[in-house]
Design a protein around this ligand. Sequence first.
Ligand SMILES: C[S@@+](CC[C@H](N)C(=O)[O-])C[C@H]1O[C@@H](n2cnc3c(N)ncnc32)[C@H](O)[C@@H]1O
Length: 195
Amino acid sequence: MLSKQQIKRYRAAEPITELGKIFKKHRTDKFSFHRYDRVYEWLLSDFRFRTDIRLLEIGVQGGGSLRAWEEYLPYAEIVGLDKNPRAADLRFSRAQVLTGNSANSELLRSLGQFDIIIDDGDHGPISQMQVFCDLWPSARQLYVIEDLNFSRDNTTTKQIAELAVLNTKSRGADHAAEYWIIFANELLAFKRVPQ
Ligand SMILES: C[S@@+](CC[C@H](N)C(=O)[O-])C[C@H]1O[C@@H](n2cnc3c(N)ncnc32)[C@H](O)[C@@H]1O
């Protein structure tokens, strides 16, 4: 098994994407260790200059990723949700920040529909599953869960994907038309295929 240092070295050697430069500029950890630019560039390039896109990210912290989305998706509506009230004091050119806990299912369901939903908040598998079950019906096109490597038990990424699908199915959600992508055992993306 590769050490964290080895993984970091291999990843650093990967060519930097345009989105990677944007992540780096805005100092989100989506670039530093994870190199999520490689998967996000692929997942999001079709949305790039669209004017009808709504994006929700759970987990704002210093605002780096919301600023990166503002730059990469210049016409999209960007919404961030964080349980830390200090996130609401951050200033953005377009993004709107809401304060709240993603454990609050009622709050999540009241946020409306989004084309892209990203869960970069609480990185525990139980929370990731609950948030997915609450928000999958609100995801029009893409749902991403980041940092599954931080999971506090031995659940694998594939098990989380399978359980998430089973859980939402048992609640009556239509899963017939979606598939998932696993990136480096750390990021899970569910895509809804157009009918
Ligand atoms: C990894 S940071 C987000 C980083 C940011 N997305 C970026 O890439 O620059 C995680 C954030 O999620 C927030 N958070 C953790 N658990 C949460 C929860 N249950 N509900 C809402 N926000 C949560 C934390 O307050 C923290 O600001």
